[in-house]
Design a protein around this ligand. Structure first.
Ligand code: ZN
Length: 322
C-alpha cells in the first residue's frame, strides 16, 4: 500500500472516453407527439430517417469502417414484420423514428447482401456505427421493447393501441393510459481508502471485474439501494453515498445510476447466487486494469459502460472519498 501525505499522484489515463448511449443529440420535440398533423409532416419530411430494431437486433446497411443504421421511413416501414413506429425527435431539424420489426424478420436479414444485423452491445463495444447513433438507438430500442410487452392492458386485459407517436398506449375498454417505463438500477463502487470493491458476475468474460449493481426496489432511495445491494452481494456496510453520473441502459429498459460509496466495513462475504467473486483492489492494480496492462490480463468494463467511468473517477481522485 502506498504511503503518502495527501493525494496520490494522478495516473495518466489519457483523454476521457465518451460514455455510451448518453449525451443524446436528439431534441425529443414532445409537443409534436400529441399533434397528428405535426407527426404526419415529420414523417413526410425528406430528411426523415428511421432506425430498424427487431428485439435485441439492430438492422444496418453494411459499410466500412462504419455501418449505417438509418433507413428511409418508407424502407423501414416496408420491411417484413414491421410493427410500431416511434417518433424519436429531431436531430438538427431532421425527424428521426424507430421502427420495430419482429426478431425473426431481423434475424432473416442477417444473411441478406448489403445488411449488417447484430446486437446493440456488439455495436457499442466494437464501435460499429458513429457514436452519435447510440443514444437514439437506445431510445428506440427501449420504447419498442416496452410496446412488445404491453399489447394488453394490465388493468383489464383488453388489447391496447399505440398513440402519441408511440409514447403512450391507450386501453379502449377501461380508458387507462399506459406510458413507457424506465427501471432504475444502482451501480456503485465501494471505497476503502486506497482500495475499491469489484465483483465478477458469472456472465462476465473471465478476466473482467466491475462495480456491483442491482435494481432499485419500490419504496427505496438511491442511497438505500446502494447500502442494501453492497451488503447483500458482498457483505460490506457502506456509509456516505455520492452520486456520480447516470446512463440509459437499453437492456431492456434500465437507467444506471452511478455512485461512489464509503465502505465502513472490510470483511467480504460473497453472495454466490449473484456473484462469482468479489474482492478489494488497490488503486495501482486498477490503473493497470483500466490501461489493459494487468499482468494477469484482468480488465474493467469497456468505456461504453458507466462502470468504467465510475472506476476511473475514483482512480483519478474524483470520487470525493480520498
Ligand atoms: Zn384496460
Amino acid at each position: 500500500m502506498r504511503i503518502s501525505a495527501g493525494m496520490p499522484p494522478r495516473p495518466d489515463l489519457g483523454p476521457k472516453p465518451r460514455l455510451g448511449y448518453a449525451n443524446s443529440r436528439i431534441e425529443r420535440a414532445a409537443e409534436k407527439r400529441v399533434d397528428d398533423k405535426a407527426l404526419a409532416a415529420a414523417a413526410a419530411d425528406p430528411r426523415a430517417a428511421a432506425y430498424v430494431i427487431g428485439w435485441d437486433l439492430i438492422v444496418m446497411k453494411k459499410g466500412a469502417p462504419l455501418s449505417d443504421p438509418l433507413f428511409t421511413l418508407a424502407q423501414a416501414r416496408g420491411m417484413d414484420g414491421a410493427a410500431e413506429s416511434i417518433f424519436l425527435g429531431l436531430i438538427d431539424g431532421a425527424p428521426r423514428f424507430g421502427v420495430g420489426i419482429t426478431a425473426a424478420a431481423a434475424a432473416a436479414l442477417k444473411t441478406r447482401d448489403g445488411f449488417h444485423v447484430t446486437d446493440l452491445r456488439s455495436i457499442a463495444v466494437q464501435g460499429l456505427v458513429a457514436p452519435d447513433h447510440l443514444p437514439p438507438i437506445a431510445e428506440a430500442k427501449a420504447v419498442l421493447h416496452w410496446h412488445t410487452r404491453h399489447r394488453f392492458c394490465p388493468n383489464c386485459g383488453a388489447a391496447t393501441h399505440p398513440v402519441c407517436g408511440g409514447w403512450k398506449r391507450d386501453c379502449p375498454q377501461c380508458k387507462t393510459e399506459h406510458f413507457p417505463r424506465t427501471d432504475p438500477v444502482v451501480i456503485m463502487l465501494a471505497i476503502d481508502g486506497e482500495r475499491c470493491l469489484l465483483g465478477r458476475s458469472p456472465r462476465f468474460v473471465p478476466t473482467m471485474w466491475s462495480c456491483l449493481a442491482g435494481f432499485i426496489e419500490p419504496g427505496e432511495s438511491v442511497e438505500d439501494a446502494v447500502h442494501r445491494e453492497t451488503r447483500e452481494e458482498a457483505g460490506i456496510t457502506c456509509g456516505r453515498v455520492r452520486y456520480f453520473a447516470s446512463q440509459p441502459w437499453p437492456f431492456p429498459t434500465s437507467l444506471m445510476i452511478g455512485a461512489h460509496a464509503e465502505a465502513l466495513t472490510t470483511d467480504i462475504v460473497v453472495d454466490r447466487e449473484e456473484l462469482e467473486d468479489a474482492r478489494w483492489f488497490y488503486r495501482d492494480e486498477v490503473v493497470s486494469m483500466l490501461k489493459r496492462q494487468h499482468p494477469q490480463g484482468l480488465t474493467t468494463p469497456p468505456p461504453v459502460a458507466i462502470a468504467h467511468h465510475i472506476i476511473r473517477a475514483w482512480v483519478e481522485g474524483e470520487s470525493g472519498f480520498d
